[in-house]
Unconditional design. Sequence first.
Length: 366
Amino acid sequence: MALLVAHLAELDTRDVHLRAGHGSLFVYCRDVLALSEQESYNRIAVARAARRFPVILEMLDAGAVNVTTVRLLAPHLTPENHRAVLESARGKRKLQVEEIAARLCPMPDVPSFLRRLPAPKPMAPPGPEARPPLSAPPQPGGPPQPAGGSPLVGPSAPALPLPPAGRSAGVTPLSPDRYKVQITIGGDTLEKLQLAKDLLRHAVPSGDEAAILDRALTVLLADLAQKKFAATEKPRASGGMAPGSRHIPAEVKRAVWLRDLGRCAFVGTNGRRCMERGFLEFHHVHPYAAGGEATAGNIQLRCRSHNAYEARVYFGRTHPYGGGELLRERAAPYGAPPFVSDVPATRSGTSCRPRYFFLMIQVIEN
């Protein structure tokens, strides 16, 4: 990629594409290099930025940044800031790079508005008369039919349209700590939003949808923390566990969630910890089927994928719990996750915790 960008930067200065009969470098990339329109645009923008700041080629060659990162940051690079800005984007994802660009060039907040979208056109499947027959007699002068009577697949047999895939809300950073979110809601959700605006006029006189959404999410997070991790303002003393019970006490759930920061605690052989927050499950480090107890020291958070993976590692693939004999591999292909004492459970010294964590931790710590 670094070589391609370097060559494009050189071609752009020598007008090679013009001598070859192409009207622009974009057309040359599209027609000669067989790049898509978006690929051509990105690589040309990066090539022109690399002419101004050659360090871009070094970072591309080292894998520190990618083409999308440079393309997003190129309009904001100057001789004074380009090294610091590119270094801050090292290894970042696209949304994180967009946040860096938003800090360099803040945009004003977008106004809130609601509008009715046109009804989508239904895509009815073709009727029986529109579908090609399974077998058809050969027509005079037509294409030959293959042996076995199966018709040749061609333009006369269109594929059925696939259902549209669901899209998540688009998030665009505008300025530091300000984001634009665009979603589509149904009529019932709109009615709930209007009712919430009316009931909150005393607290939010402007009816700002962003303020109402923030209040709704705060209440939702507290409710989810109570259901999933037994968060409560007045925790009661545990009555203990019956011998052999698989039940995990509420106080253990609270301690585990606080310790693991609400994320999967699996640590790979390279020392990298899985940071998934979705589909979390309580995992027995020493399996329940092998006598493991539901204590804070033996329970950790795992995402669904890593919980199933550790079951396969411990039991094998053919055992009802994951496979084979009830014997753990001698060298399990994963590292040891942190213990309770390694992570502080109070707000002091918790700068590593994600900001959303404090929205739910307030209820639990009380």
